[in-house]
Design a binder for this molecule. Structure first.
Ligand code: URA
Ligand code: SF4
Length: 206
């Protein structure tokens, strides 16, 4: 259904998301959060799912993690309006629990269509959930900061800003990855990275 039907534009997709009942999260949401930003953005950021503030406002990343994201964007001379920001699931999981695999699956057609309509140069996954959609089983702590190819997209995995708020030790890596992102926008997409066996032993972080 929606994942099989191409949307003509982002506004049509947004309307569909606001009325979506494809998974149980529709029953507990206040507002759906389709995403926002430039329809021709070179970067699409993908978070996990709306939290309390996002659910109240119907906008992505407007709480503490969003404020940090704004600062990180500012550090490379970008504003929200220059990029596109969305989430794996468009409705808030109750009490901010992790989205269930079935919910991510039910919602994934919207994200696929957003990427198709926007056509970004780089898809930045924030944290392990959105990274895991593209590369299940790999660990974010080892994968972060290195671009990879997936279905023709350049995926750039980085820590979730909320993880860096919980654990300030992650902040230097997050800041460095934004600098790298800025450099990637200047040049051609980087070569994909080949993982080695020992890299799968790393601790899983947010
Ligand atoms: N965290 C997320 O993953 N997404 C949001 O929109 C806000 C916080
Ligand atoms: Fe629909 Fe996605 Fe919301 Fe589930 S999370 S109701 S699939 S928009």
């Amino acid at each position: 259904m929606p994942e099989r039907t191409p949307f003509p534009d982002l506004a049509t997709l947004d309307r569909q998301v606001h009325g979506c009942t494809k998974c149980a999260l529709s029953a507990t949401r206040t507002k759906a959060v389709p995403g926002e930003g430039s329809p021709t953005a070179a970067i699409v950021f993908i978070g996990e799912g709306p939290g309390y503030h996002e659910d109240q406002q119907g906008r992505p990343f407007v709480g503490p993690a969003g404020h940090l994201l704004d600062k990180l964007l500012d550090s490379i001379g970008l504003k929200r309006a220059d990029v596109y920001i969305t989430n794996m699931v468009k409705c808030r999981p109750p009490n901010n629990r992790d989205p269930f695999p079935g919910e991510i699956q039910a919602c994934s057609g919207y994200m696929d269509e957003q990427l198709r309509l926007i056509g970004p140069k780089v898809v930045v996954t924030l944290g392990r959930h959105s990274f895991g959609k593209f590369f299940p089983g790999d660990t974010i702590s080892k994968a972060r900061g290195r671009p990879r190819q997936w279905n023709g997209w350049t995926i750039f995995p980085i820590y979730h800003p909320a993880a860096a708020l919980h654990n300030p030790g992650l902040m230097p890596d997050l800041q460095a990855d934004f600098q790298k992102l800025a450099a990637m926008l200047q040049g051609p997409a980087a070569e994909p990275v080949k993982e080695t066996a020992d890299q799968s032993q790393q601790l899983s972080l947010f």
